[in-house]
Design a protein around this ligand. Structure first.
Ligand code: ADP
Length: 327
């Protein structure tokens, strides 16, 4: 849906921010871009809504080069969330969310309904929240409203530039959960920039790892863990190197501690393939790449079920405990 074809950017001072980038972002996916500071993530993101113009190559949205769109039409179809969103201080939360639909002259009934739907999606419908002013909200709550505002006019694409990086860990986790809920319900095409690998693993359908203005690898969290393209990617996702280091993540792995136990005889229909409880982590990652859920078997009895989300969560927690999040 969003395609980059040999896209390069050289800033007037000579900095090569992007070099020959080729990327294909699919409709309805949450696409995460990650890499060290200065690798070109923000430059790439801002090219999508033309806040930054490229110096070479083509960017297409729905097959059409972005220069062919009227710039207002293009930006209206793209929601944008920044690290520090700015809400209008004199307006209520509901009015803040309604800004873009108002600009686009939606009918007032339609706007009201939309605001309700959005608040409902994050569990805030019917609360007094919508009548408050931004100053009465915490930073995390304001950021949450920023996300809803970006979605208000029902854009096809939402760009998020480190939207949660200024928040405390709890608010951050809450907003990440919001995004996953919203994404399940709305299936937007979201391009999400972060420098936090745990956040990337938790949110991304696919993750793009960048370095020095180039794309090193694009893949699902499992693919990056399982088949890192090079040393840099391997280090970045924190995958243990079997040839060099001892493997704490791998050797301490115990499937029973991450699965959901099942009552005897109760087997969910969603899972068909069973794996032994003694399976190793690399083996599980391998099988998980083609299954959403797996049954867990011990001594010929099904004792639990494990989902791909369980595995990713486990991996992210391990990285956190080992202090290997890339801040
Ligand atoms: P990231 O978002 O990954 O931190 P950026 O896209 O912001 O990276 O920056 C990529 C590179 O381009 C960096 O070397 C940065 O210093 C440089 N850069 C960004 N904006 C400008 C600018 N306006 N003029 C010159 N260089 C810039």
């Amino acid at each position: 849906m969003i395609q980059f074809e040999n896209v390069s950017k050289q800033y007037p001072d000579g900095t090569h921010a992007l070099r020959q980038v080729n990327l294909n972002i699919n409709k309805g996916e949450l696409f995460v871009m990650i890499g060290p500071s200065g690798c070109g993530k923000t430059t790439l993101l801002k090219m999508i809504n033309r806040l930054i113009e490229r110096t070479d190559g083509i960017v297409r949205i729905n097959e059409r080069p972005i220069d062919e769109y009227n710039i207002h039409e293009l930006r209206w179809n793209i929601g944008y969330v920044l690290q520090q969103i700015a809400l209008f201080p004199h307006m209520t939360i509901a009015e803040n969310i309604a800004v873009v639909p108002e600009l686009r002259k939606w009918k007032s009934e339609q706007i009201k309904e939309r605001v309700h739907t959005l608040l409902d999606m994050v569990g805030l419908k019917g609360t007094t929240y919508s009548d408050r002013k931004p100053a009465e909200l915490s930073g995390g709550q304001q950021q949450r409203i920023g996300v809803l505002r970006a979605l208000a006019a029902d854009p096809e694409i939402v760009l998020m530039d480190e939207p949660f990086s200024a928040l405390d860990p709890m608010s951050r986790e809450k907003l990440q959960d919001d995004i996953l809920d919203i994404q399940r319900q709305m299936k937007k095409t979201i391009v999400f920039v972060t420098h936090d690998i745990q956040e990337a693993m938790k949110l991304g359908d696919r993750i793009c790892i960048m370095k020095d203005g180039q794309v090193l690898q694009v893949g699902t969290p499992e693919e990056l863990i399982q088949q890192p393209a090079d040393e840099f990617v391997r280090d970045f996702v924190g995958s243990p190197d079997p040839d060099i280091s001892p493997q704490p993540v791998t050797s301490l792995f115990n499937l029973e501690s991450i699965m959901s136990p099942l009552a005897p005889g109760h087997v969910p229909k969603s899972a068909k393939t069973a794996v032994p409880a003694s399976i190793t982590l690399p083996e599980l990652v391998d099988i998980m790449s083609s299954h959403d859920h797996l049954l867990v078997e011990r001594e010929h009895r099904i004792i639990g079920v494990v989902s791909r989300a369980d595995l990713i969560r486990y991996w992210a927690e391990q990285l956190q405990e080992r202090g290997e999040g890339h801040e």
